[in-house]
Design a binder for this molecule. Structure first.
Ligand code: IPE
Ligand code: IPE
Ligand code: MG
Length: 239
C-alpha cells in the first residue's frame, strides 16, 4: 500500500481515539499477570502514537484509566499508577523538544492519584501548552459524566445565567482540540464505558476483536479505511 497517497486522502480523520481494552485478557491467555498485560499494552500504545503521527492525524485521545477503574484490586491499581508515572516521564523525555502538546483529561485533584502523577501530568500540560502540532490527550481518572459535571460546576461558579454549546465546550478538557471523528475500542466490547461522552455524540465507532496489545499498524490502517468509507451526515441528507 502507498502510505504517502493514503496520508493525503482528504477523508483521513483529524482526531481519533483509542479505548485500549483487552490488556487483562491478553495476559490471562498467555498465563501472565494482568500487570504484564498492561505493560504490553503500554509498549503498543507507544508504537500506535508513532503510527498515528506518521499518518498526519492531528489529534489523538486515549483512554488510560476510567473513574470506574478504581474498583480493581489494589495490586492492579498500584501497578497502573506506577505505569502512568513512567509514561509521563517517557513522554516528557521523548517529546518535550517536539511540536507536541499534551492534554491530560481527568480529575488531577483526586487524592487517590499519587501526588507525583498529578504533578507530572500538570507539568507536562504546562510545558507543552503553547505547542500546536500534534495533540495527545491522555484520559487518566477520566469519566464523561464527571467531565460534564465539572463543566456545569465551573459554569455555576462563574455566575453565568445562560449556557450554549460553545460556552459549554470551552470548559471541557478537550476545549482546544478538534472534533472527535473516530473511536476505536479493541477487544470486541461494544460499549462506551463513560468515554468522551459529550465529544463522541457524532463520532464514528469501530470495534475490532483484537486485544489491545496485539492491535498493530495493519489493524489501524484497516480501521481508518473503514472510517473513510463512511458517510457522515450529521443529521442532514446524503450528499
Ligand atoms: C484496558 O484493559 C486497560 C485499562 C482499563 C487500564 P483491561 O485491563 O480492561 O483488560 P480486560 O478488559 O480485563 O481484558
Ligand atoms: C474502559 O475499559 C477503560 C479503559 C480502557 C481505560 P474497561 O475495561 O474499564 O471497561 P468495562 O468495565 O469493560 O466497561
Ligand atoms: Mg477491559
Amino acid at each position: 500500500m502507498n502510505i504517502e497517497k493514503f496520508k493525503q486522502d482528504p477523508r483521513m480523520p483529524k482526531h481519533i481515539a483509542f479505548i485500549v481494552d483487552g490488556n487483562g485478557r491478553w495476559a490471562t491467555k498467555r498465563n501472565l499477570t494482568r500487570s504484564m498485560g498492561h505493560e504490553a499494552g503500554f509498549e503498543n500504545l507507544k508504537k500506535q502514537i508513532e503510527f498515528v503521527q506518521e499518518l498526519g492525524i492531528k489529534n489523538l485521545s486515549m483512554y488510560c484509566f476510567s473513574c470506574e477503574n478504581w474498583k480493581r484490586s489494589k495490586q492492579e491499581v498500584d501497578f497502573l499508577m506506577e505505569l502512568f508515572n513512567r509514561m509521563l516521564d517517557e513522554f516528557k523525555q521523548k517529546y518535550i523538544n517536539k511540536d507536541i502538546r499534551f492534554i491530560i483529561s481527568g480529575n488531577m485533584n483526586d487524592e487517590r492519584l499519587p501526588l507525583i502523577v498529578r504533578n507530572k501530568a500538570k507539568e507536562l500540560m504546562e510545558l507543552t501548552k503553547d505547542k500546536n502540532g500534534f495533540v495527545i490527550n491522555a484520559c487518566i481518572n477520566y469519566g464523561g459524566r464527571q467531565e460534564i459535571l465539572k463543566v456545569v460546576n465551573e459554569l455555576i461558579e462563574s455566575g453565568v445565567k445562560i449556557v450554549d454549546e460553545k460556552l459549554f465546550e470551552k470548559h471541557l478538557y478537550t476545549a482546544e482540540m478538534l472534533p472527535l471523528d473516530f473511536v476505536i475500542r479493541t477487544s470486541g466490547e461494544k460499549r462506551l464505558s463513560n468515554f468522551l461522552t459529550w465529544q463522541s455524540t457524532y463520532s464514528e465507532w469501530y470495534f475490532p476483536k483484537k486485544l489491545w496489545p496485539s492491535f498493530n499498524k495493519k489493524d489501524l490502517i484497516k480501521a481508518l479505511k473503514s472510517y473513510m468509507k463512511r458517510d457522515r451526515r450529521f443529521g442532514a441528507v446524503k450528499a
